[in-house]
Design a protein around this ligand. Sequence first.
Ligand code: PPS
Length: 572
Amino acid sequence: HTMQNANLTPIPELFVSYDSAQKLKAEAGTLNSHDLSPRQICDLELLMNGGFAPLKGFQGEDDYNGVVENMRTADGTLWPIPITLDVSEKFAEAVEIGQDIALRDQEGVILATMTVTDKWVPDKAREAAMVFGADDDAHPAVNYLHNQAGAVYLGGPVTGIQQPVHYDFKARRDTPNELRAYFRKMGWRRVVAFQTRNPLHRAHQELTFRAAREAQANLLIHPVVGMTKPGDVDHFTRVRCYEAVLDKYPSATTTMSLLPLAMRMAGPREAVWHGLIRKNYGCTHFIVGRDHAGPGKNSAGEDFYGPYDAQDLFREHQDEMGIEMVDFKHMVYVQERAQYEPNDEIADKDNVTILNISGTELRRRLREGLEIPEWFSFPEVVKELRRTSPPRSDQGFTVFFTGFSGSGKSTIANALMVKLMEMGGRPVTLLDGDIVRKNLSSELGFSKEHRDLNIRRIGYVASEITKNGGIAICAPIAPYGTTRRAVREDIEAFGAFVEIHVATSLEECERRDRKGLYKLAREGKIKEFTGISDPYDVPKNPELRLDTESVDVDNCAHQVLLKLESMGLIAA
Ligand code: PPS
């Protein structure tokens, strides 16, 4: 069974002509407008440029139900993933069926209009179970569905005004028609696409190369740069890595283009979706691997999908889709022969040494600055990855002290700052409670709302410092556990968050009463005073808890240094 050559005639887009677009843009100023989320912008881009053909807009209720239940729109077209416009209840109330709405990007630029034909409240639990396989928030798309997507869906045809603006890697971005035209121009009639959201190493290069040879096709490296799995390497780094690898392919046979897709990590359904999209981009073959677009483990610690479910579902539908699957071989390095070979084709397994480095092991080596051998990856790729993920001892981090007023936070934080400055290497900023209240939060008081604002501001500044490779030392009371957790999440996107509970008891703080505030609080002259007339959530799992009642300041600061060293944050 061999694929026909590709039909590379242009496919329909949803854009209107330039003149109509200008007119429409002016008129759309008066319409109800919806500010698109980053994911919706990705979906809209592919709707408008034909990547999601034959869809003509965000799906209406009948199409949605068909897609959720049996992967088909109301007219029977194969389509595995709902493409819906979720909005808030408030916005939905303001919109009537038959109305046009303006769809704007996050800066307010109008990208399209949509004629609303459908408005409904989806059964999200059903969508989760049917589309993603389980109503379990451990699945990133289910988490998105329940915790980020609006409660109401709107559907209707879209009129495209302009593409979302991208400032990065413009020359590497192509619409389906641009790629089709490129393939036509180059005389490429059979093209195998490789979908990826990870940096490419030698094994990937080998397998894609083999896939292209097997299919007697040219090769399109087609990485996703829209939204991938939370925690993935950022797309800027990945694209620089891809560019480095591209030089290793024969340039006459291989090209690379960036796909602004928002992945759902929906495994088997996602594989079919990816195939339909690549068909639109003019490809004839598509590589599907083990656990394609896998979301990781569910909340019970098990896989959401079987490792070959994606291949099975793709194979079942490939004739109808008009794009053929090439299955991904698991490539391993055979030391004696100094080459990659498909794992299941090695006949003399007992007599050779098979080498492999897992993703987890790779991340550990990057984190700890250890060697990454040349048989595993190209030096240029490793260099890019090291630039973005320097060893932990070169990355920024935040030390976050929390405790009662007068517990000794500021004193220990100061001592720590001096010790870190003595060591040198990274800039240190102290965000002490008093400093912050003077410079960042001078208008705030001590209500829950104001304390939360204060802590979020500290968290924001600390996250920027951490991102830029510095050390932020924070020392507010930060009485609320949920707020501390939110700050931790913000910072952990960029580096380590080290929470230190300065566990001086309230009795001791009050006995010391260094500023005389406890006395005033007891007399009711200061309201909402932490520990006296306001709550303090004791940290449950801080990285370190300090006892200041029997240990002096210098030793407390030293304990923090030891903790930082054991976490790999400062070189031993
Ligand atoms: S918070 O809750 O994290 O926003 O507090 P923070 O910014 O660290 O400010 C605490 C310092 O403000 C003084 N102060 C009070 N503390 C607690 N409750 C009330 N009502 C209050 N009013 C003033 C107090 O001196 C704290 O200083 P530290 O350095 O913690 O002793």
